[in-house]
Design a protein around this ligand. Structure first.
Ligand SMILES: *Cc1c(COP(=O)(O)O)cnc(C)c1O
Length: 394
């Protein structure tokens, strides 16, 4: 990993660090594949979204080959799979999600439901910050529900849902479950096949360390592959792609979910990121996340709670991912002061700070030093003397 010694980078849940191997991988594909082979490169590249998808599935999702594609963005994949799920449940008119779910998911659902005249039910637990309990979910399930979609790990609170238990509850009503694993993939062990997950999406640039805007992924359980149809019928989903025939005939398997040309350069970064996860082992990665978040909880309680901070994330390590969220009444000023002190976390309006350990890239020392600097800023009042807001996106 490329790192600056004085920086405590506690934002790997938002954008992972750059692996050195990715620098070489990108240089190689430019020089030795695109640069040299030109169009002939497609002989090797044509199935790359499937190959990298299989790697993600094996390394991080508990998914057997042939169910994952590494392609497009999480948002686009989410739209595609929501629409495919709704098409498979005609006559049902309710979609369920969560008021604390990631904005892109909520906005896309709002549009889908408006366009199709469906009812969107947003479960609202704990003032929109916590997780959705199984009981709360059960109270909104019935046989009119076509689709339920939730995040595996809540982006704000860091709470981890019971994916297996909730999926089973959803399936008891013959609804489809679509999980957004963006804040979980690469840090929480996922067992999609064993848990009976129907559908899932997620990104690669958080704990996957695959780079800003790197291709995302989608997962479709084997038994749904031939029954579901995404709305965009692109030429990469055509059975005889280069026959270029007059009408669409869907390719079997996961290829039937691919719209278009895979982004080869970005996929090489995804490949390096998930090769690292596979080598380290998701079990060892998750064990470090559990230890590091436990350390963050202890440091929060010892140093930050007496200075006005309150923990938002669950205290039970089995109920969280790799990031921790705390409240402070001056969270915005504190976040700016943290940047100036080289402690990179992020701010979520109106009063939360998020900090993470991305196990492959973040050291325990970084976590310790970062928390010590936050403590010093709060105890000295330094967070109130930070520079005024810049235009930079946080
Ligand atoms: C980060 C994140 C996304 C990102 O979506 P993009 O399409 O990559 O912009 C989506 N959903 C969740 C839950 C996320 O955490």
């Amino acid at each position: 990993m490329v790192a600056d010694e004085s920086t405590c980078y506690l934002d790997g849940n938002s954008l992972g660090r750059l692996p050195r191997a990715s620098l070489r991988a990108v240089a190689d594909v430019m020089e030795h594949e695109w640069g040299r082979d030109l169009i002939a490169g497609w002989d090797g590249w044509i199935d790359e979204a499937q190959h990298v998808g299989d790697l993600i599935g094996r390394a991080a999702l508990g998914a057997a080959a042939g169910q994952v594609l590494a392609i497009d963005t999480t948002s686009a994949n989410f739209y595609q799979l929501c629409a495919a799920a709704l098409r498979a449940r005609p006559g049902r008119s309710t979609v369920v999600s969560d008021a604390a779910n990631f904005p892109t998911d909520r906005y896309i659902l709002e549009g889908i439901c408006r366009d199709r005249g469906l009812r969107l039910v947003l479960v609202d637990d704990f003032d929109g910050e916590g997780d959705v309990s199984l009981d709360r979910l059960a109270s909104v399930l019935n046989d009119d529900v076509a689709l339920v979609t939730l995040s595996v790990v809540q982006y704000r609170s860091g709470a981890l849902h019971d994916v297996a238990g909730m999926t089973a509850a959803i399936q008891r009503h013959a609804a489809l479950a679509l999980w957004d694993a963006s804040h979980a993939v690469g840090v929480v062990p996922l067992e999609f096949d064993r848990w009976g997950v129907d559908l899932a999406v997620g990104c690669t640039y958080k704990y996957g360390n695959s780079g800003p805007g790197a291709p995302a992924w989608l997962y479709v359980a084997a038994h749904h592959l031939d029954a579901l149809q995404v709305p965009i019928q692109g030429w990469f989903a055509q059975a005889d792609q280069f026959g270029m025939g007059p009408s669409f005939e869907r390719a079997p398997g996961i290829r039937g979910f691919q719209v278009a040309t895979p982004p080869i350069v970005g996929l090489r970064c995804v490949r390096e990121g998930f090769r690292m996860i596979e080598r380290a082992g998701i079990g060892a990665i998750a064990a470090k996340a559990a230890r590091a978040t436990a350390m963050m909880v202890s440091l929060h309680d010892a140093w930050l709670a007496p200075l006005g901070c309150t923990l938002v994330t669950p205290r039970d390590p089995a109920r969280r991912g790799g990031h921790l969220t705390f409240h402070h009444p001056q969270a915005e000023q504190l976040s700016r002061a943290m940047r100036a002190a080289n402690v990179i976390g992020d701010y979520r309006a109106p009063n939360q700070v998020r900090v993470a350990c991305s196990p492959l890239a973040t050291s325990y020392v970084e976590v310790w030093d970062g928390f010590a600097r936050i403590r010093d800023l709060l105890s000295s009042g330094g967070h109130l003397r930070a520079a005024p807001p810049s235009s930079r996106v946080t």
